[in-house]
Design a protein around this ligand. Structure first.
Ligand code: BV8
Length: 251
């Protein structure tokens, strides 16, 4: 990557910021080896798009197929480590008074990097609950044994099939998390939108909410997105390379 130059105006904004919100998508975990939703699927799922599998209808139609897709992703996520992008955000949270991370990711890598204030809009892939009533499901065997199960277990309470505790397409986001995210972006001094295609709603509306409230928005992405034309600053590149440079520009 040619040397990234952080615009002095952006460094000034960041230095004076008290409240920063960082919106993250699958792109921030790409350098940890976690495929993004734009990445082509492989193996058993090469003929399906993520959108086709991440729905309640797909799970009801073919519980094994959808379950095995999540099991494979759980095994992959369990091996993934936070990358310098996650670590830079954890460092930013130590340097600035209030830095909230609002993530669409379900991989838990912000927590693993030591970040505290993390809002998971789409849940967490490592947690499970039953399909019919949402009863939490605790593993009775080791993680590895659980993640090797090819068929979804049944709920100890109601007997319905167990599913991952993620928000599927067509399902509502956790209301408190979403409301807090809207509130945070509208009151922020600066918003960073990192590694998201800005396509999936309602999360994709958050950076636009910030702009509408007069909050400057920085986009950090490899490629253009629907936000790029309106973003206050565009830092094109890998988040694992750009975020450390941005955070180090503060010191
Ligand atoms: C809902 C969990 C209603 C599961 C996910 C308008 C309003 C509301 C809803 C809709 C609407 N229009 C359409 C909808 C329906 C739908 C939707 O948005 N569809 C899209 C496809 C048009 N939304 C929903 O269904 C939502 N539900 O609103 O329900 C409702 C209301 C009340 C009551 C009942 C129902 C639910 C959406 C959540 C779905 N679940 N994940 C799982 O993980 O399996 S979404 C999933 O896909 C991710 O969480 C993420 O949100 C999304 C993928 O987006 P990104 O994270 O951006 O990743 P992507 O791969 O797309 O892009 C990667 C980016 O990174 C790229 O830009 C790339 O350039 C960049 N990149 C790559 N490498 C790097 C990088 N950048 C920097 N560095 C790198 N190294």
């Amino acid at each position: 990557m040619e040397k990234l130059v952080v615009p002095s105006e952006l460094t000034r904004l960041l230095k004076n910021a008290k409240r920063v919100v960082v919106l993250t998508g699958a792109g921030i975990s790409a350098e940890s080896g976690v495929p993004t939703f734009r990445d082509a699927q492989t193996g058993l799922w090469e003929n399906y798009s993520a959108e086709e599998l991440a729905t309640p209808q797909a799970f009801q139609r073919n519980p094994s197929l959808v379950w095995q897709w999540y099991q494979q992703r759980r095994r992959m996520v369990s091996q993934a480590k936070p990358n310098p992008g996650h670590e830079a955000l954890a460092k930013l949270q130590e340097m600035i008074e209030e830095v909230a991370i609002v993530t669409q990711n379900v991989d838990g890598l912000h927590h693993a990097a030591g970040s505290e204030e993390v809002i998971e809009l789409h849940g967490n892939i490592m947690a499970s609950r039953c399909f019919d009533h949402g009863h939490d499901f605790e593993y009775s065997v080791s993680d590895e044994e659980f993640w090797a199960l090819d068929e979804p277990p049944t709920c100890d309470v109601c007997g319905s099939l167990v599913r991952p505790t993620v928000v599927w397409f067509g399902e509502a986001l956790p209301l408190t998390a979403l409301e807090r995210a809207y509130e945070l972006v509208s009151k922020a001094d600066l918003v960073l939108s990192v590694g998201t295609s800005t396509l999936v709603q309602p999360a994709a509306s958050l950076p636009f909410e910030a702009l509408a409230a007069g909050v400057p928005v920085v986009e950090i992405n490899l490629h253009p997105t629907p936000l790029s034309d309106q973003a206050s600053f565009l830092l094109q590149g890998k988040s694992g390379e750009v975020l450390p440079v941005l955070v180090n520009s503060l010191s």
